[in-house]
Design a protein around this ligand. Structure first.
Ligand code: BDR
Ligand code: CA
Length: 316
């Protein structure tokens, strides 16, 4: 069993990440923490509770940072709608929030477990994770790995250079990538391969029941915005890729790299500057730190099977 804490901003693809984590028997979902990102902290927290209600998930859910460390708050209403999870009917929460702040819950949970036991899966801006590092630096040695949906080594989706989760809180992202823990960067280069295709729709439709209906409604809305805003034929299920990688590390290939977050560029602030270790002779090596694993190539079939399996189990 892989123990994880899912730090997220649901969010359509975050919702699928929650379902995959709760529905896969290899994952022990210890807690869900929320962070302002796709929408305000009130909205994404409420959405997290609604997703739990839809799928009968009972784990501690704690509300986290309501704004980035330095940047003014920015939300993605054009992609995720006014609620942050427009499209499906959202039921009332079935339980109340954990009364702790997300950062306290994160720190408490990591410190209560043995070193190397917990993987942090971060699918929103990295504000909570950076604050947790500041609050209790010992978590860095205790966490097994941080799997981040964020960044890109080709192009951004929020600016030409920057992906949304990094663009929202670049300082937090830089702190996480500079931490002396193992980080996997699951950027747009990877997640744009994780499409909810017509085939995947049909497989989920065949499952039937309320969880299947919810997922189809999520993809319907997300598909419309991705079509109109980005010209995609099918929507990418970005955040679920991180959970899939914890379940099965062979779901995508990775390459070692040094990842820096640009904090000063006029046009490139929030860009992940990825220096791949195997690009021999290109760089001079001074001060470089090739510790991050950057996701490169997705095995879509394996990914799709994991998503279908989790939805099937949650519907039983
Ligand atoms: C990321 O930004 C959000 O809109 C998604 O939930 C995902 O985490 C993709 O850039
Ligand atoms: Ca997200």
């Amino acid at each position: 069993m892989h123990k994880i804490i899912l730090d997220c901003d649901p969010g359509h693809d975050d919702a699928i990440a929650i379902l995959l984590a709760a529905g896969n028997p290899m994952i022990d979902l210890l807690a869900i923490t929320t962070v302002a990102g796709n929408q305000t902290i009130e909205k994404v927290t409420r959405n997290a509770l609604s997703v739990c209600a839809i799928a009968g998930i009972e784990v501690p859910v704690a509300r986290g940072a309501d704004r980035p460390l330095v940047e003014p708050q920015r939300v993605a209403g054009d992609i995720h709608g006014a609620s942050g999870l427009d499209g499906p009917v959202l039921p009332a929460p079935a339980f109340v929030l954990d009364e702790r702040h997300a950062v306290t819950l994160l720190v408490d949970t990591v410190m209560a477990h043995e070193p190397g036991e917990i993987t942090l899966v971060a699918t929103g801006p990295l504000t909570n994770i950076a604050l947790a590092m500041l609050t209790e630096p010992a978590i860095v040695d205790r966490v097994k790995r941080v799997v981040v949906m964020g960044g890109a080594y080709t192009r951004g989706n929020t600016t030409p250079a920057a992906e949304f989760n990094i663009a929202v809180d670049p300082e937090a992202a830089e702190a996480v990538f500079r931490g002396s823990w193992d980080v996997t960067m699951v950027g747009l280069d990877l997640t744009h391969q994780a499409l909810a295709t017509t085939e995947l729709h049909e497989r989920v439709r065949a499952i039937g029941g309320p969880v299947s209906r919810f997922v189809l409604d999520v993809w319907e809305f997300f598909g419309q915005t991705y079509r109109s805003v980005y010209g995609f034929e099918h929507p990418p299920i970005h955040d679920a890729c991180c959970v899939a990688a914890v379940i099965d590390p062979t779901v995508f290939t990775t390459a070692r790299a040094d990842v820096r977050v640009e904090l000063r560029g006029q046009w490139t602030r929030g860009m992940t500057v990825v220096d791949f270790a195997d690009v021999l002779g290109m760089h001079h090596g001074t001060g470089r730190d090739y510790r991050a694993d950057v996701a490169v190539q997705l095995d879509w079939g394996r990914f799709a099977d994991l998503v279908v399996d989790a939805i099937t189990r949650l519907g039983e």
